[in-house]
Ligand binder design. Structure first.
Ligand code: FES
Length: 558
């Protein structure tokens, strides 16, 4: 039987004559439990057969979660049921749900924890910290789940509630998948009693990375970290080791290092524990195992880019970075077909005291041009190269903001050569709105229109036209970014699409020319639109969690 509680129906069962009361909504999907059966103290839900201990409400099938219980009293043949549960969900309760969901790789449980914490008003940074702590304890090497957490942290200030909830659930789900079946991470620890300078420890870290010695590299990095006074020191320590190999792991590791530093910056709040000794070691396995382009053929033939890069690197080794302007016409050179001219132009600009961050931004804009003009005659898999170039180029810009120093200058050269390598993907160039066209007004329904277009078969050209119209018409970059982030998060896509959107947004904030801002966001949007729509199965867990939190059945939410 069921009775009405204060805010929900309560199911009452008899177990060998002993009455027990539980929430009538099954914690799995919210379907009525009173249609279930009880045998020897175990309640089995009628719908998907999850089993619960009737006393206490604990689930035997972890995907279903525990059921809230209600006090029952029997006096003179009359049964009284409390109209409030024995325990109301607290922050600790939802944190425990999230943790268990991560440990058991159960996305619905994670989503319930995240939704519950957000609805209680727990700051997003605390949810990110919960996820990061789990990731640092449970896998050895940085993976896409950690990148997604960093992306959500970076984008959070401009996200709508819907994008935030679904995005955090995606990041959590991916992290749990990365860690599933992996052993607990074992700390190698910083060196004790090694009274060395930061410079010496950085040298050791570089050497251990080069000789592919995992334990030595991690211990040197952890010890160097203790002496890092600020983010500039940390950036220089990481960059100088990673940049020993050219465009290491298709640029992934430089980008991961940037994301690790961004995540650490977000989590470094007043009174919070030091995150660096947990975060930094996740970068080491790929640093020692990854392959640079000097190990591959495509940067050796038909042009020996590696020798040209090494010569350019030695030319800028002693350059003292300046604050001067970027030379006119550099972007045309970067998008040209003469690799030596590209390297020479960058070296000359640096020697003439051009600002390295501005130079790196020009490389990023050239990479955005490649995305925005990606030829429709390419295959879907061909997006891999230019999107990595673009996110790498963004990481170079962000790293130079932290440390505009000579050690980081090779990163600009590597990024420029990646742009050069992608040149065939713009033959013929994809259609892009004419820059001399009249700017359209940023009609408020353009963003809805963008989402609708991505509901149907891929329309990259039309999506690009709408994005450009919005930006040129003075539309909010923040609203557009939230729209594109939602368009990504609702799909079953990998992290690269959100990574490109976040890169475009961060870069656009420092770009004065509206045409360049449009180019950045159009590039990310074209990449996204080419991959939409998908089956959108990933929405199911957060959608169910939201419905259950409202006290509805999970199937009611469309
Ligand atoms: S097991 Fe109860 S609703 Fe699914």
């Amino acid at each position: 039987m069921t009775v009405q509680g204060r805010d929900r129906r309560i199911a009452v069962f008899w177990n060998h004559g002993d009455p027990q009361a539980v929430d009538n909504r099954c914690p799995h999907m919210g379907f009525p439990l009173d249609q279930g059966s009880v045998h020897e103290g175990i309640l089995t839900c009628h719908w998907h057969h999850a089993r619960f201990a009737l006393k206490g409400g604990c689930a035997f099938d972890l995907y279903a979660d525990d059921i809230p219980t209600f006090a029952v009293r029997e006096e003179n043949g009359v049964i009284e049921v409390s109209d409030e549960p024995d325990a109301m969900p607290t922050e600790a309760y939802y944190r425990a749900r999230l943790r268990r969901g991560l440990e058991q790789n159960l996305s619905l449980l994670q989503a319930k924890g995240i939704v519950g914490l957000l609805k209680l008003g727990v700051p997003v940074v605390e949810i990110l910290r919960e996820l990061v702590n789990f990731g640092c304890e449970n896998h050895e090497a940085w993976a896409d789940g950690m990148t997604l957490i960093a992306l959500m942290g970076r984008l959070d200030p401009i996200l709508s509630e819907r994008t935030r909830i679904y995005g955090l659930c995606w990041a959590s789900r991916q992290l749990a998948a990365n860690c599933a079946g992996r052993p607990h991470r074992r700390e190698r620890g910083a060196l004790t009693g090694a009274d060395e300078s930061l410079g010496r420890l950085q040298d050791w870290f570089r050497e251990f990375v080069l000789m592919r010695h995992l334990d030595g590299a991690e211990r040197a990095l952890l010890t160097a970290n203790r002496l890092c006074r600020d983010q500039s020191d940390r950036q220089r320590t990481l960059s100088s080791a990673i940049l020993q190999r050219v465009y290491l792991d298709t640029g992934h590791l430089y980008d991961f290092a940037n994301k690790a530093l961004e995540l650490g910056e977000i989590l470094t709040t007043e009174g919070a524990p030091d995150v660096w000794p947990q975060l930094l070691p996740l970068l080491v396995p790929e640093a020692v195992a990854g392959r640079g382009e000097e190990d591959s053929g495509s940067w050796r033939n038909p042009f020996d880019l590696i020798s040209a890069i090494r010569a350019a690197e030695s030319s800028v080794k002693k350059v003292e970075p300046g604050r001067g302007a970027v030379p006119d016409g550099l972007r045309d050179v970067l998008l040209g077909g003469d690799y030596q001219a590209i390297l020479d132009a960058i070296v000359s600009a640096l020697q003439a005291q051009a600002d390295p961050e501005s130079l790196a931004r020009e490389v990023a804009l050239a990479a955005a041009w490649r995305l925005a003009h990606f030829s429709p005659s390419n295959e879907l898999g061909d997006w891999f190269g230019p999107v990595h170039t673009f996110t790498y180029a963004n990481a170079v810009v962000q790293s130079l903001k932290r440390a505009p120093t000579a050690e980081l200058l090779p990163a600009i050269l590597h990024g420029a050569m990646a742009v050069f390598q992608d040149r065939f993907l713009n033959v013929p160039p994809g259609v892009y709105p004419k820059t001399d066209a009249d700017p359209h007004a940023a009609a408020p329904d353009i963003l809805d229109h963008i989402l609708e277009m991505m509901d149907r078969a891929p329309h990259p050209r039309k999506v690009v036209a709408s994005v450009v119209a919005w930006v040129r018409g003075g539309g909010s970059i923040e609203k557009l970014t939230d729209c594109l982030a939602w368009a990504t998060i609702r799909e079953d896509l990998d992290f690269h699409k959100l990574q490109a959107i976040e890169a475009a947004y961060q870069l656009s904030r420092d770009v004065a020319d509206v045409k360049d801002r449009a180019l950045l966001l159009a590039g990310a949007a074209r990449h996204l639109a080419a991959h939409c729509p998908t089956a959108r199965t990933r929405q199911q867990s957060p959608r169910s969690a939201l419905a259950l939190h409202r006290g509805e059945m999970a199937r009611d939410e469309e």
